[in-house]
Ligand binder design. Sequence first.
Ligand code: FAD
Ligand code: 2HG
Ligand code: ZN
Length: 481
Amino acid sequence: MTLAEFGAPTSPPEVPSELISELRTIVGDRGWTSDPADLEPQLRDWVGYARGATPIMVMPKNASEVAAVVKACVAAGVPIVPQGGNTGSVAGAIPQGEILVSLRRMNRIRDIDAADYTVTVDAGVVLAEVQAAANEVDRFFPLSIGSEGSCTIGGNVSTNAGGTAVLRYGNMRDLVLGLEVVLPDGRVWDGLRRLRKDNTGYALKHLFMGAEGTLGIVTGAVLRLFPKPVEVATAFVALRDLDASIELLSLLRVATGDALSSLEVMPRIGIEIAREFDPEVVDPLSERHDWYAIVEVSGTKADGQTESTLEVALGEAVERGILVDATIAASTMQAKSIWRIRKSLVLNLPKVGAEVKHDVAVPVSKQPEFIRRATAAVEETVPGTRAVAYGHFGDGNVHFNLCAPLGMDASTFTARAADLHRAVYDIAAEYGGSFAAEHGIGIVKRSEMKRYRSPVEIDLMRQFKALLDPDGLFNPGKVLP
Ligand code: FAD
Ligand code: 2HG
Ligand code: ZN
């Protein structure tokens, strides 16, 4: 699809050549590129929604350079799109002729303090590097997402990323203590405080989290660290049925002393897709079942209790008829092999045929009902649609992703995307749900805002945007309808 089909402005902004020269001077020779080969991967999103364009990608190396870039662009009236790892799922980091500001060269861990349980980083540091740095000082940074080898902290902050450990540790919003942000007027807001308590007026940092680069450029962050789990027990279980997922969640939270860090559900078709495209995926159970879950419990004491606690809890779940089968990983290798099913599913789903994605949240207990109703609704809309409903059930976050019916070509299926979205999102809305649980709005979901968010909410968002970015130069055409 083109960005214009998502409602993006059709004509790219005019970029004076004087501005390009000025930007090159600000960032120096190694800080910019206009080479089509360098730009190509930065102009496509991984889902394949869109291909963008830019006259130049600048890669400042510190907040002062970012501020100088912003001032130059604003003076010339030219818009900006910030980009981190470009792993976002809603094409929010794809420019349409704007100046692309990549934070990738800002990749310093500024400070790590084991006693304070904090790490202070540049926005362009890759998530996996933060996890590794925490590990080195016997601490733990819990954000865990499939793209962790390439997504950046600035992108995680700006999308309020979620992932597989939100159940225990919260999402990115819960993991940020302080931020440094270059505002659209070029000022640098230094809010890099490492405090657990700080009620000095409005919580400004929250405005920039989840703002997807529309209110400023995040250049640094102070993140919360946790005690390092030294025992981790991972299990792959077969559920009696979909409703059993919620019973399992309740049981495990109590029986493990709330040490449950993940509860990820997937249907049988999920395993089949993962196995079809990834020969290393094995089904850990001998029989076939309709619904499965991956559960993980972790402990910070090396007392051998974590695995036995999980074993006892799963035994109780079997006795109570919640589970019909279960296996606990006997080694780190086996645990990795269980998680591989989940990772392969996400990466290989697009290969099954056209994929129409929904990243929905409903109250935790309503997920089974939502999935049943949404599955019936999409079947009515496009008969034969293959629904692959999986995700972070501990958080009420269902990735309700749809594959084309067997034999239907991709374009015929995606031509019905709007009808399928309507069917799914309307049902989520009935439960007080969200059509954008963890991936954000970007350009892809912008048009849904007016239907599912009240005029009061949209008006407030527009007022904040106008206050901070009166000329509308920060990531235009994204988030706000
Ligand atoms: P980008 O894609 O570069 O940017 C995302 C948005 O943030 C854009 O709007 C961009 O303009 C803005 N932005 C980026 N950096 C800055 C900055 N410094 N200042 C201001 N704005 C900025 N997401 C989840 O939440 N949970 C998951 O489980 C998950 N799993 C994934 C699995 C895979 C295999 C992939 C490919 C993606 C997954 N994602 C997931 C989506 C994605 O990785 C996250 O949204 C991530 O937080 C994006 O980080 P990024 O650095 O790649 O940001
Ligand atoms: C995940 O949970 C990601 O693995 C990606 O959020 C989900 O793209 C998806 O559907
Ligand atoms: Zn997810």
